[in-house]
Ligand binder design. Structure first.
Ligand SMILES: Nc1ncnc2c1ncn2[C@@H]1O[C@H](COP(=O)(O)OP(=O)(O)OP(=O)(O)O)[C@@H](O)[C@H]1O
Length: 327
């Protein structure tokens, strides 16, 4: 049953097992109204599989998904009221024009979709190419036509699987502008991506996934705060500098700085600004010349790689249910 206040997307304990491959290993996910939610992970992390389960295209091995409170496996097409998007690349008849493809989709969809074709083509800036055969479209134009097809449903929720992947820089910029525009007009968006800069630019919330499991979920601002920072120091005398740094109150995690190969004696450490200020005085008082003392802030890209690369601390995968229904 639909619930007027239910979030656009809610998943609890989603698991998808393919023989010995756990594609999705227990995903909890809530997308609230107005979110642009990034489902971010490297290739093979299970992004497409999650989107397929959310749309009811495949059956989870265990767990459940709701769209506006409706279960796509129980309510079928009705659960997809107000929901649109594409999983992997959108597909069209290549020998028909973009417009003809949209007309066919609109005829299947009903609900006034035919009346929205012109507006949808305008929004994705494809009006001038609508009469051309899709077979001659660039990848970016096909992606935009995919979004136009989704807009025919007048969606309150858009699910987009890697919408900018494979696009050239201009195509990426156009796609990002399009998503930002749809969001500003009130559409909730869930998009998958393997590109942190894209998610950082577009999304207010993010789930970072690795081998089917969420390793971070929350808003981008908190993720940025978590990125942390350290300091880099170069002086005229490496060994003595290290002793002064290690003796300084408030300074921790002192180590050689591997990011400065041209200066093998460079140090890195952590500390509040006040302690670093005192350290700089102590260094000068010890007769050391300061060549560099720089705060180094980790980027979100760094955090993404730390969370998703092999060896990152992730709880072990739980065995998936055995009563799988093959999709
Ligand atoms: N139908 C299937 N049968 C067997 N294994 C599958 C199937 N679909 C996906 N997998 C496996 O599940 C894992 C997750 O795949 P999925 O396509 O969801 O990842 P993804 O994050 O979307 O990656 P990509 O960005 O490369 O598409 C992969 O190891 C994949 O090989």
């Amino acid at each position: 049953m639909s619930d007027a206040g239910a979030p656009p997307v809610q998943a609890r304990g989603l698991v998808k097992q393919y023989d010995d491959v756990t594609a999705v290993a227990g995903v909890d996910l809530t997308v609230e109204r107005g979110d642009v939610y990034g489902y971010l992970g490297p290739n093979g992390a299970g992004k497409t599989t999650v989107l397929r389960m959310l749309l009811g295209l495949i059956r989870p091995t265990s767990g459940e998904a709701r769209l506006f409170g409706r279960d796509p496996l129980v309510e079928g097409a009705r659960a997809l009221d107000g929901v649109a998007g594409f999983v992997e690349a959108p597909r069209f008849y290549p020998y028909l024009s973009g417009r003809k493809n949209l007309e066919m989709l609109a005829a299947l969809d009903g609900h006034g979709a035919a009346g929205r074709i012109d507006a949808a083509l305008d929004i994705v800036e494809m009006a001038d190419r609508q009469k051309h055969r899709v077979g001659g479209y660039s990848h970016g134009m096909r992606q935009r036509l995919g979004v136009a097809a989704a807009l025919l449903r007048d969606p309150k929720l858009l699910l987009l699987d890697e919408p900018a992947t494979g696009l050239d820089p201009a195509g990426m910029r156009d796609m990002r502008a399009l998503v930002a525009r749809l969001s500003s007009e009130g559409t909730t968006v869930l998009l998958s991506s393997h590109l942190m800069p894209e998610v950082e630019e577009l999304c207010n919330r993010v789930a970072i996934v690795r081998t089917g499991r969420i390793v971070y979920e929350g808003d981008i601002t908190s993720l940025r705060a978590r990125a942390g920072s350290h300091w880099r120091l170069r002086t005229t005398e490496d060994e003595r500098a290290r002793r002064v740094v290690e003796a300084q109150r408030g300074i921790t995690a002192v180590a050689h700085d591997p990011d400065t190969p041209s200066a093998p004696g460079a140090l890195r450490f952590e500390g509040e600004e006040a302690a670093v200020g005192e350290l700089s005085i102590a260094l000068v008082e010890a007769g050391l010349g300061l060549l560099e003392l720089t705060p180094v802030r980790a980027t979100l890209e760094d955090v993404f790689f730390t969370l998703t690369e092999d060896g990152a601390a992730v709880p072990p995968s739980s065995p998936a249910d055995s009563d799988a229904v093959a999709a």
